[in-house]
Design a protein. Structure first.
Length: 296
């Protein structure tokens, strides 16, 4: 006997794994995901603390923690799934990775600030790059979060899916705009700064951002396609698609952040050491010669 849509949302204490997932979640994969993100959480907390890197990089560890919780809920859903667990898991795994974009926004803002370039272009001011795109992400988060919550109510389920889809679309648009600014800052020789022991700090940092921007964009496109085709659509029914285009993509992003650690390419703690762009490309030996000549 078929279950009506209203009965489905009103059922209490009934296992709805197959109705919500359309498959039985793979426990070993979920355990693997939880372990990987737990390891990223511990590593990033220790790395940021020990290196005295800018505090905004703790966002990376916080995001990894949210992913860990999301996969923990997914493990629980493999045994029993109700609407509350499913929505909770969806919010943790859908919203948390968006915070990685905030790290990229702040990093580009820091490049602009340290370069100390005067400009009349408002979109190239460090506060604008950081806070405008941060605001756009918050707006996107609110839409996605509100949409996810509304999906648990029968009368608002369809509206909730539409709002979540709009939130994802807004995120794609502003993230593409941010990528254009990042490319401009990279190509312009005016934007440069100096970090002790890192003669090519800007270039290394920018390439870390490029890789993660592409990865996060691929993941966002997957999420848009998933919601556009609906929970019962062909994409939502494929567990491997979730692990490849969400789990693996975000894990690779974290790996890039760990290997090409952003804190290595920015001044440490309260140190605001920088030099004019004309000198920022000097090697350590050249700087020593200049200092010797000044003494003489």
């Amino acid at each position: 006997m078929s279950t009506s849509r209203e009965d489905f949302f009103n059922m209490k204490g009934v296992d709805r794994t197959m109705q919500l997932f359309h498959y039985k979640p793979n426990k070993p994969l979920a355990y693997t995901g939880m372990a990987i993100y737990a390891a990223f959480t511990l590593f990033l907390v220790a790395r940021v603390y020990r290196s005295k890197s800018p505090k905004f990089l703790y966002i990376l560890a916080f995001t990894a923690l949210m992913e860990t919780i999301g996969y923990g809920i997914r493990i629980a859903c493999a045994d029993f799934t109700d609407l509350g667990r499913f929505v909770g898991m969806t919010l943790f795994l859908l919203l948390a990775p968006n915070a990685l974009a905030l790290v990229n926004y702040k990093a580009v803002g820091e490049i602009i600030r340290l370069s100390n370039v005067e400009t009349d272009k408002f979109y190239l001011r460090p506060k604008f790059v950081t806070w405008f795109f941060f605001g756009s992400d918050i707006f996107s988060f609110v839409l996605q979060g509100a949409g996810g919550g509304m999906q648990s109510t029968i009368s608002l389920n369809s509206v909730g899916i539409a709002i979540t889809l709009v939130g994802l679309g807004v995120q794609l648009f502003f993230f593409a705009s941010f990528a254009c600014i990042t490319i401009y800052v990279h190509r312009s020789s005016k934007y440069n700064y100096y970090v002790e022991g890192r003669p090519n700090a800007k270039t290394s940092l920018i390439w870390c951002l490029y890789v993660t921007i592409v990865l996060l964009y691929i993941r966002s496109i997957y999420r848009v396609a998933e919601y556009a085709t609906g929970y019962g659509g062909p994409i939502a029914r494929l567990e491997w698609a979730f692990y490849v285009f969400d789990g693996l993509i975000i894990a690779i992003s974290f790996l890039v952040y760990c290997i090409f650690f952003i804190g290595d390419y920015l001044p440490k703690g309260g140190d605001q050491t920088q030099v004019p762009s004309s000198q920022s490309s000097l090697s350590q030996s050249e700087k020593a010669v200049v200092q010797t000549n000044e003494v003489c």
